[in-house]
Design a protein around this ligand. Structure first.
Ligand code: ADP
Length: 352
């Protein structure tokens, strides 16, 4: 059964059409991530689901009930904000208990639930402190605790990790994932960070200019992106896009070399090739490959990111560290042709 159903949702801010006819269904227990570049409408969509923004058109159902015109507190949701939104003069305990008290929950029940949530989040020893006596990561845990003590049908997260430093963000990301596995609740999570989207989501909804560009399991979007936009958004280093002309199973790259197309490709004429940096490898002795000259080398430890030219295009390869490389070195590289993607240069949609 679906916990959330959105039909033809629209939202304007004056002349800005922020959400442009979104249809979306989220199954019970699913972790859905709304992702996309800044300004694509993901926060607006989440705020419409929460009831913090009023939609101009369309319908929102939570747990099978039409809530389009209901107030946030009547929607059966709990939300975690980027800014934490804690009450500064209340203790951690009172902050977590706040929503339960407002709903007139019995005190014994409140105590049990607050302690259970605090222990799950590793903040059981901090219950008497005030928010200002906590680190950023601890504050965010309190904000998450306040949401999970509620028995809400939908848990909404609005970029909850963006105020944390990188290390802490990685830890908290793992913790949110674990929390979802333990609680098995329906969660909708907004982020602009493709790594958060890839690692957390059961399903990614990638937005562009107020519309859904593609939705599906992370690996489906990663391996079978519908468009150049999706392919470019997911993955790091970014996918290479190479202009070429397809001709009988080969693609002649602008400015020179030719690459083998995937076996089933029927593309002919101008194309854009999509090649992930991870699908380029060092050819071993005697193995066929393309000879390139190294432009730039970035060592990350286990990997080495090499920039080189293919015809007139600058291409990035993400290689195993191996033999040290220097700018100007000659290198023979192979490409996994079966992983090459083919896009129509006019529509930028994938055709192979
Ligand atoms: P995202 O969360 O993807 O960064 P938003 O949903 O915040 O995007 O914004 C979508 C569009 O709506 C943007 O063009 C943004 O400038 C505009 N917008 C968002 N909130 C407001 C507001 N309160 N008033 C006017 N325009 C807004």
């Amino acid at each position: 059964m679906s916990d959330l159903k959105i039909l033809q949702l629209h939202k304007h801010y004056g002349a800005v059409h922020a959400v442009r006819g979104i249809d979306l269904e989220v199954a019970s227990g699913e972790f859905t991530v709304l992702v996309g570049p800044s300004g694509c409408g993901k926060s607006t969509l989440l705020r419409c689901i929460a009831g913090l923004e009023e939609a101009d058109g369309g319908r929102i159902e939570i747990g099978g009930r039409d809530v389009t015109w209901e107030k946030p507190r009547d929607r059966d949701i709990a939300m975690v904000f980027q800014s934490y939104a804690l009450y500064p003069y209340m203790s951690v305990y009172e902050n977590i208990a706040f929503g339960l008290r407002a709903r007139k929950t019995a005190s014994a029940d409140i105590e049990r639930r607050v302690k259970q949530a605090a222990s799950m989040l590793g903040i059981g020893a901090l219950l008497e402190r005030r928010p200002r006596e906590l680190s950023g990561g601890q504050r965010q845990r309190v904000a998450i605790g306040r949401a999970i003590v509620r028995d809400a049908r939908l848990f909404l997260f609005d970029e909850p990790l963006s105020n944390l430093d990188t290390q802490l963000r990685d830890d908290m990301r793992a913790e949110i994932k674990r929390l979802h596995q333990e609680l098995k609740r329906t969660m909708i999570y907004v982020t602009h960070d493709q790594i958060e989207a890839m690692t957390l989501a059961d399903r990614i909804v990638l937005l562009r200019d107020g519309r859904i560009e593609q939705e599906g399991p992370p690996l489906e979007l990663f391996d079978r992106p519908a468009s150049v936009f999706v392919a470019a958004f997911l993955g790091s280093p970014k996918m290479n896009f190479i202009k070429a002309v397809a001709e009988r199973g080969k693609a002649v790259v602008e400015g020179g070399d030719s690459l083998a197309l995937p076996k089933n490709s029927t593309a002919e004429g101008p194309v854009i090739l999509g090649l992930r940096p991870q699908h380029i490898y060092r050819a071993v002795e005697g193995q066929a490959g393309m000879n390139v000259k190294v432009d730039l080398v970035q060592v990350t430890g286990t990997r080495v990111i090499v920039t080189f030219r293919l015809g007139s295009t600058s291409v990035i390869a993400d290689l195993e560290a191996g033999e040290p490389l220097n700018p100007g070195d000659d290198l023979t590289l192979g490409i996994d042709a079966s992983r090459l993607l083919v896009f129509d240069p006019k529509t930028e949609l994938r055709i192979g």
